[in-house]
Ligand binder design. Structure first.
Ligand code: PXP
Length: 241
């Protein structure tokens, strides 16, 4: 059964808007777990614009489910991940000026570099995922790195304004899922997913996790975090195995 992992970065974004102490992402992570999240995700960015080091440390200590750490493939992040030991790291590309992660990681021609980067983390028992576009060449390259999972970037699908473009992006993702599963990769999906557009994946089997942040936090403003997480977790639970 696919599960929901909740990204709490936006709770930290709100806190950092005042550089204060609230809202507290550690509390939000705990509440998300109580509301049905199977895991918590944080993205520790190099510029520390939202999640801070202490958030990762505290969530790791207090988390009752599992913590996934999104991060750029830098030496600093490798060291932090090795110390914190999240359940899984998800490597993402990072640009200083971007509003959010804009595209997938480039794995083509970087297979050995990424394999070498992941090896010490694997040796510590940390699982790995690569956030990539649904591009067959990227998927093949991702497999060559030895990562256990890929997370297929659903943002282009989610952002497409026209029906035809949306269907085109969806078709690429569905093809990517088939290809990845066929060569032994486990598949997660994430970015831009909300309570409506996620329904396109309802009958797609073999998805491990849905990684969702923005839509849940946006809804939480109106209905509360408990219900916002609970509704999404319940939705995902009805999806194909
Ligand atoms: N997956 C990855 C790799 C991401 O970078 C993000 C955004 O931090 C998400 C999933 C969650 O995306 P959203 O906040 O749009 O649900």
């Amino acid at each position: 059964m696919p599960v929901l992992v909740v990204n709490v970065d936006h709770v930290a974004t709100l806190r950092q808007a005042r550089m204060g102490i609230e809202p507290e992402p550690v509390t939000a992570a705990y509440m998300a777990e109580m509301a049905g999240a199977t895991g918590i995700i944080v993205h520790l960015r190099e510029d520390r614009r939202h999640i801070q080091d202490r958030d990762v440390e505290l969530i790791k200590k207090t988390c009752n489910t599992r913590l996934h750490l999104e991060m750029a493939a830098t030496g600093e992040m490798q060291k932090i991940a090795g110390e914190i030991k999240p359940e899984m790291v998800c490597l993402v590309p990072e640009k200083r000026q971007e509003l959010t992660t804009e595209g997938g990681l480039n794995c083509i021609g970087r297979e050995t570099e990424l394999a070498d980067y992941l090896a010490p983390l694997h040796a510590k028992g940390i699982r790995s995922s690569l956030f990539i576009d649904a591009d067959p060449k990227q998927i093949e390259a991702a497999r060559a790195t030895g990562a256990e999972f890929i997370e297929i970037h659903t943002g282009h699908y989610a952002d497409a304004k026209e029906y035809a473009a949306r269907q085109e992006e969806l078709a690429k993702i569905l093809e990517g899922i088939r290809l990845a599963q066929g060569i032994g990769l486990k598949v997660n999906l994430g970015h831009g997913l909300n309570y409506r557009n996620i329904l396109a994946f309802k009958d797609v089997s073999g998805i491990s996790e849905y990684s969702i942040g923005h839509a849940i936090m946006a809804r939480a403003i109106y209905v509360g975090l408990d219900r916002a997480v609970g509704d999404m977790a319940e939705l995902v639970r009805t999806f194909a195995d």
